[in-house]
Design a protein around this ligand. Structure first.
Ligand code: ADP
Ligand code: ZN
Ligand code: ZN
Length: 756
């Protein structure tokens, strides 16, 4: 619309306002630009402003700029705000501060962080459309309306519903109490600690120890106590939200209404996301459940943040601002005076370290729930290590494991066979000429998928038909190397072909029914809803042996699974990533948590680990479910090697047409740091504390014809690293134009990287 052209020059009283927008990276603008409006708007107000030729969403970022003071700005260049989205309450100061912090810490612009944190549909709807939407929402919310308080006294969206239906806290408490379970002694103790201390807390609880119940009751107590309070509960994966949502809705909807619980994750439609966001922003939603993006939800009454499975790598964003939602949650909690509970059966070593005794410098309070609920029948499954050096050569499923699986089937129980690799075989090769199924665009092999007879690269997505003969020499006998879930499923189906499930023989099946196989991985769950239906089939008992990747290791509550087997976990130990053992341990322990969740079957549940290194510390610790001693030894190693949490790291990654250009860019920026920055007054001291390593190719050096390199930056001081990175940005920008860097495509900084 003609917005940008209309100048209100006729108005004597007009205000200049700093507005945060997402400026394109190439335009050397900051993200706070000055706009004109006929009146002053409170900080946090959402506005639509012209930016170049388009119109964009912005946030009034500070109090009005002083027209006189902004002497550098040419008044004729200041453009008008197009529209004020005044049907939406301004964003709170604290929200702005969270964005500011995240942008600075993760080295991105505040505009990018803020706009990525707001629901995309806000960019499209007019103030009027928003008002209608908000009114509908308000109506749906019915009894629970936000009361404007403090600085948030601007127009509350739409008509406020009457408050006469609101219930008194005592009534609320009684209802809440009635709906919840009698707590175990450990749960009671933990809740009391959360009640009395300020946190942050690390809830270290075995799988099935009742952590979720603790979250539920902590939320329940909060809502009953404070009429405006809101709680944010985060889970690592979208797949886990429906299950959690069901549990929260069941608990809270009877009292607070079905709208009191909303979800926020990337699987929602733009309209759903906007509704949920508005409900949280206006305070009507008391509980927000979500994935990492929910850490930025605007919640004026935020009093409690739960980060479930806090160790999970999905909390770290892999694009844009590479933030850790877990770490931001801790920051946000402190900022807004909300209690933060991090929960896990296998905490990240960082959180474990932070929760050492306060006398040793710990900052988190560690709470322990070692026992599974219903202790007697539900001890943790027995861990069996199968020493593969003593098994027949080339055995994929060792004979003892196969026997154990058969026994479970005979007993009408279910088995879960876990392999973290999808497809049929990771590589095809020809033994005559040495050809391998390399991807032409990546430094990776194309994976053989037998189902649709394709060779697929899991990095660039490139897919071809499987060749009939070797592309190198015409040999018709192409072989597979290694195994994926498809092959394990096929193999088990063959090995179990003669086994019959218990049950009455029928005319068609006089000996009983054959074993029912199932497989769940990224390939079988591409279609929306397919994961849910496959999980439902497992729950319904329609599958005897389920093969799958880490997708099935997490969270899902399978009742009748009494045997979990990891067929080839060793592969993770060969990784060069120093976090690999930690990850493997948590993955196996989580997978183990899938077994024996049914009290009656729990007693004889088992976890089988096939390994060539049965004495490896990861498996030894797993055998005893001894996370603390595993963590202790890992932390000792980290300390000796000066690795996190004993040092702070950032990675700079560069993508380029050639590996030389990618490395040249990084090395140029490095050289300038040591030759130029060191001369800046006061900087020699900072640089002394920061170590810049030479550029190296990334482990996956080439993806989709793009060469990738990285440089590690390390410091024992977080402050030194932060100050350095902020200042170094400028140097990095400047290094782009160095002739040696021709062909550089992009670069990005990853602060506190998870994989190196
Ligand atoms: P976690 O999150 O630690 O894995 P959950 O909270 O899911 O554990 O609890 C495991 C199971 O025990 C769930 O089925 C839950 O309903 C049940 N449970 C939890 N706390 C109690 C309790 N106090 N009394 C009875 N059952 C409980
Ligand atoms: Zn060949
Ligand atoms: Zn590829």
């Amino acid at each position: 619309m003609a917005c940008g052209g209309v100048r209100r020059t006729g108005l004597a009283m007009s205000a200049w306002l700093p507005v945060l927008v997402h400026t394109p990276a190439y335009a050397s603008l900051g993200s706070v630009l000055t706009y004109r409006h006929r009146e002053v708007l409170p900080a946090g107000t959402l506005v639509r402003v012209p930016l170049g030729a388009r119109e964009t969403l912005g946030v009034v970022w500070d109090a009005a700029a002083d027209e006189e003071a902004s002497g550098e700005i040419d008044p004729s260049k200041v453009r008008d705000i197009c529209e004020v989205l005044d049907t939406v309450l301004p964003l709170a100061q604290a929200w702005q501060q969270l964005v500011r912090f995240a942008a600075r810490y993760y080295q991105r612009s505040a505009g990018e962080v803020a706009l990525a944190a707001l629901p995309p549909q806000l960019r499209e709807l007019s103030s009027l459309q928003l008002q209608r939407k908000a009114a509908r929402l308000q109506k749906a919310l019915g009894l629970q309306t936000p009361t404007a308080k403090g600085s948030r006294t601007r127009k509350v969206v739409a008509e406020e519903a009457s408050t006469d239906t609101a219930q008194s806290p005592t009534h609320a408490q009684a209802r809440a109490q009635a709906s919840s379970k009698a707590l175990s002694a450990e749960q009671t103790e933990v809740l009391a600690q959360i009640e009395t201390h300020s946190g942050p807390f690390l809830l270290f609880g075995a799988t099935g120890s009742g952590k979720t119940e603790v979250y539920l009751q902590a939320v329940e107590q909060l809502l009953a106590r404070e009429p405006q309070a809101q709680a944010l509960v985060m889970v690592p994966e979208i797949n886990l939200t429906p299950q959690l949502e069901a549990r929260f809705v069941e608990r809270f909807a009877p009292q607070w209404g079905p709208q009191s619980v909303v979800s926020l994750h990337s699987g929602m439609t733009p309209a759903q996301r906007l509704s949920a966001w508005l409900a949280a922003h206006q305070g009507g939603a008391r509980i927000v459940l979500g994935t990492r993006m929910a850490v930025f939800a605007s919640m004026p009454g935020l009093r409690l943040i739960v980060v479930d499975e806090e160790h999970d790598p999905s909390y770290k964003s892999g694009e844009g601002a590479r933030y850790s939602a877990r770490d931001l949650a801790v920051y946000r909690g402190r900022l807004e005076g909300a209690k933060v509970v991090l929960g896990s059966a296998t905490p990240s070593l960082e959180s474990w370290f932070h929760s050492r005794p306060a006398s040793e410098g710990g900052r988190y309070l560690r709470l322990h729930m070692p026992s599974r609920i219903g202790a007697a029948g539900r001890s943790l499954p027995l861990v069996r290590r199968v020493d593969m050096t003593h098994q027949p050569r080339n055995a994929v499923v060792s004979p003892p494991l196969l026997e154990a699986i058969k026994e479970r089937i005979a007993g009408g129980e279910q088995c879960l066979v876990f392999l973290n690799r999808r497809g049929y075989a990771p590589v095809l090769h020809c033994s005559d000429c040495g050809w391998k199924s390399a991807c032409g665009h990546c430094s990776a092999f194309r994976v053989f998928h037998k189902n649709d007879r394709t060779l697929r690269c899991h990095h660039c997505g490139h897919s071809d038909r499987v060749p009939r003969t070797c592309p190198g020499c015409g040999n018709p006998d192409i072989l597979t190397l290694g195994r994926g879930t498809e092959q394990i499923e096929e193999l088990l189906a063959t090995l179990l072909a003669d086994v019959r499930r218990p049950g009455t023989p029928t005319a068609e099946q006089p000996d009983g029914e054959p074993v029912r196989m199932g497989r769940i991985d990224a390939d079988t769950t591409r279609l929306k809803g397919s994961l849910q239906s496959q999980l439902a089939a497992v729950h319904a008992g329609d599958v005897d042996v389920l093969v799958g990747t880490q997708m099935i290791a997490k969270g899902h509550d399978f009742r009748r699974i009494t045997l979990v087997a990891a067929v080839n976990p060793d592969s993770a130990l060969f990784s060069s990533d120093f976090r690999a053992p930690e990850r493997l341990f948590s993955l196996l322990l989580q997978a183990a948590g899938r077994a024996g969740r049914d009290a009656a079957l729990g007693a004889h549940s088992e976890v089988w680990v096939q390994t060539f290194q049965p004495a490896h510390p990861v498996y030894a610790a797993l055998k005893n479910y001894d996370y603390p001693s595993f963590a202790h030894s890992q932390l000792q190693e980290r300390e000796q090697a000066g690795m996190p949490p004993f040092s702070y790291q950032a990675l700079v990654r560069a993508d380029a047409r050639s590996q030389e250009a990618a490395q040249a860019f990084l090395n140029t920026a490095r050289k300038r740091a040591t030759s130029e920055m060191v001369q800046w007054p006061g900087w020699a001291e900072v640089l002394e504390q920061v170590m810049l390593y030479p550029a190296v190719p990334m482990a996956m050096q080439r993806v989709a014809n793009v060469e990738r390199a990285q440089m590690l930056v390390e410091s024992a001081s977080r402050n030194a690293l932060q100050s350095f990175l902020v200042a170094w940005q400028e140097v990095l920008h400047a290094s782009r134009s160095d002739p040696a860097c021709k062909g550089l495509i992009r670069w990005a900084i990853d602060v506190d990287p998870l994989a190196i």
